[in-house]
Design a binder for this molecule. Structure first.
Ligand code: NDP
Length: 338
């Protein structure tokens, strides 16, 4: 079944961790061979996620070197391994999550590869799958959002952020959101956030409390029932202070750096819950992945949710994509095209 496939392909590898200079564009990488339970996807669009920068810098350890970055893509099935477990025949348009996406071809675990409805483009599917599923699992599993819930979302104009705004609006929640510029705040507002705030003033004493005082005032004088915080270090204190009694702190990322160790006694005055969830641990089975992915396709088609592609970069311009993302120059989704 591999007869018509090339032997080599374009892709981006890292051989060590560091700045964007460690991203190496190659044209002679071996095309992977799909093993039992895998399908070979010819990637049309590759999603850039903040997590890719963590693997590049070494904040998260790469399993081995050389390592191909990237956790998601969309394209068509080029070949299957022995005994493909699902109806993923060659030629099927698919979106997938896994590893080694920054390449023309990826051997993907078939359990986390799903057909795309005809009405959704390959571009939108790649833009949606990882960040959309992150937002969806966060509002279902980390804190089940109910109509009328006041919640706080940081970096609301980002990739995950715009999905959170849209899904929270659909869930009937009332969203207070932060973003760093007036344009970003306006974008988050158009996608469903109700009240937009600037970030608090950083490390100065009292800044977190002053921010939280405003959140509490807006949220019925009590504070929010949940915070969805992908910014991490810079916002953690303000987020905790913004919660009402028995609220839930969902810390799901480190865009500003990892949250330092927390003394759990800090949770006692308000009996808070603290969560540190990750998408790949919510979607561990085919059933979980399919359920949420199909729900996401429905939100995009029937709910008219927007995939918000900021830009599509040629794969060889991957360094610029990372610089733009880390430099806070982007909104929504960054894609690469091989
Ligand atoms: P984004 O598109 O949200 O980009 C990051 C944004 O964070 C920036 O645009 C910026 O928005 C904001 N930000 C705040 N402080 C900083 C800083 N010091 N440096 C850089 N950016 C900063 O990225 P993603 O949607 O890919 O990811 C968002 C977060 O969610 C990340 O922390 C990521 O790791 C996490 N994540 C976690 C997952 C999980 O399973 N736990 C899955 C997917 C994502 P602004 O300018 O408005 O501040």
């Amino acid at each position: 079944a591999m007869a018509s496939l090339p032997k080599t392909m374009k892709g981006v590898v890292i051989e060590k961790t560091g700045g964007t200079e460690v991203l190496q564009y190659k044209t002679d990488l071996p095309v992977p061979e799909p093993k039992e339970g895998e399908v070979l996807v010819k990637n049309e669009f590759i999603g850039v996620n903040y997590i890719d920068t963590y693997f590049r810098t070494g904040l998260y350890p790469a399993p081995s070197f050389p390592y191909i970055l990237g956790r998601e893509g969309s394209g068509t099935i080029a070949a299957t391994g022995p005994n493909p477990p699902h109806s993923l025949a060659p030629g099927t348009r698919v979106a997938w999550m896994g590893a080694s996406a920054y390449a023309e071809y990826t051997a993907v675990d078939a359990a986390f590869c799903i057909a795309i409805p005809d009405s959704i483009s390959l571009r939108d599917a790649a833009a949606a799958i990882l960040q959309g599923l992150t937002a969806l699992t966060l509002i279902r599993e980390a804190h089940y959002v109910s109509p009328g819930d006041w919640v706080l979302v940081h970096a609301a104009a980002g990739g995950v952020g715009l999905w959170l705004c849209q899904l929270l609006r659909a869930a009937g929640a009332r969203t207070i959101a932060t973003a760093s510029t007036a344009e970003k705040r306006e974008l988050a507002r158009r996608h469903g956030a109700e009240v937009l705030l600037e970030y608090h003033g950083g490390e100065e004493p009292g800044a977190a409390e002053a921010f939280a005082k405003e959140v509490v005032r807006i949220a019925d004088g009590k504070g929010v029932v949940a915070v969805f915080d992908g910014v991490g270090k810079a916002t953690f204190d303000a987020s905790l202070a913004s919660l009402r009694s028995k609220g839930t702190m969902v810390s799901f990322g480190n865009a500003s750096g990892p949250v330092p160790p927390v003394a759990i006694a800090r949770l006692s005055p308000k009996n808070l819950r603290l969560m540190r969830p990750t998408l790949f641990s919510y979607l561990t089975t085919r059933e979980e992945f399919e359920k949420y992915a199909n729900e996401l396709w429905d939100f995009m088609t029937k709910g008219k949710m927007d995939a918000n592609v900021h830009d599509t970069y040629p794969l060889q311009d991957v360094a610029r994509a990372h610089q733009d993302l880390e430099g806070r120059k982007t909104t929504g989704k960054l894609l690469l095209q091989p």
